[in-house]
Write a protein that binds this ligand. Structure first.
Ligand SMILES: C[S@@+](CC[C@H](N)C(=O)[O-])C[C@H]1O[C@@H](n2cnc3c(N)ncnc32)[C@H](O)[C@@H]1O
Length: 247
């Protein structure tokens, strides 16, 4: 299927300079200043991260991996929209499930607050906004599960999972959901971990906290220490994504 909808559904083509920026960029070049202006990237993900999502999910459909699709930490639904579009077009028998507090991040544990990146309530986006986006696009509404992961994930995941996007940003949120999702994943299923940044593989100086979520890597690496699967890093410009394929 085509994936141009990733660029056209939302204003995600954010690195194309505006007319004003193009003008200033000309001046910068004339002055031989080695910098160029581009629009600020999105806060939740960027075009590259959504492309990674598209290709990984499409791969599980092409490989006919059984099970449903889950988006754990769906926020306002922008990634869920990509997932539902792929599923509606290619595997309409599968269900898409989306989980979030719809109130932003929970109270931070000491393990998360020490990173100094996030705070309680960060990124709050309501279920009404999520619903409106799907209605406006005329897209099938996924099953939504409002609440803290600790309350919803143990009992409200589908029995079999073919693809999971895990995007909770925090150590505790990631640590809590991984075992529940992992045990329900079918062989060949893919888990994509948003904002999994590994400085040893992709060193970037001065990368702001929101583009690296250190707690996500800690919790993920701890979980996979005694597993057969390996988490690989995918380039996503300002972001990085991790993914693993269930054996
Ligand atoms: C970075 S945002 C998700 C962005 C979304 N996946 C996207 O691509 O647009 C992280 C989300 O995880 C949710 N979240 C984090 N920890 C949670 C928890 N323990 N329970 C419920 N929601 C949680 C937050 O409310 C927030 O909306």
């Amino acid at each position: 299927m085509d994936n141009a909808f990733i660029a056209t559904t939302f204003d995600w083509d954010h690195r194309t300079p505006t007319d004003r920026q193009r003008f200033f960029n000309k001046v910068l070049r004339k002055l031989r200043i080695g910098a160029q202006l581009t629009p600020v990237p999105g806060h939740m993900a960027n075009v590259e991260a959504r492309m990674n999502l598209f290709h990984l999910l499409e791969q599980t459909v092409a490989n006919m991996v059984p099970g449903d699709v889950v988006d754990v930490g769906c926020n306002a639904g922008d990634s869920t929209i990509v997932m539902q579009r792929v599923i509606t077009a290619l595997a309409p028998e599968k269900q898409v499930h989306a989980y979030d507090s719809f109130e932003g991040l929970p109270v931070l544990s000491a393990n998360d607050s020490k990173d100094g990146v996030y705070a309680q309530g960060h990124m709050a986006a309501g279920l009404d906004l999520f619903t409106r986006k799907f209605n406006d696009l005329g897209l099938k509404m996924p099953h939504t599960h409002k609440g803290w992961f600790e309350d919803t994930i143990p009992s409200q995941l589908p029995d079999r999972i073919s693809f999971a996007l895990i995007d909770g940003d925090l150590y505790e949120s990631t640590r809590h959901v991984l075992p529940h999702i992992y045990e329900r994943m079918a062989p060949g299923a893919i888990g994509m971990i948003a904002v999994y940044y590994d400085a040893a593989i992709y060193p970037r100086k001065g990368l702001p906290g929101g583009y690296r979520s250190p707690g996500v890597k800690r919790a993920t690496d701890e979980f996979f220490k005694d597993k057969a699967e390996k988490v690989s890093l995918l380039y996503a410009n300002e972001y990085s994504n991790g993914y693993f394929r269930k054996r």
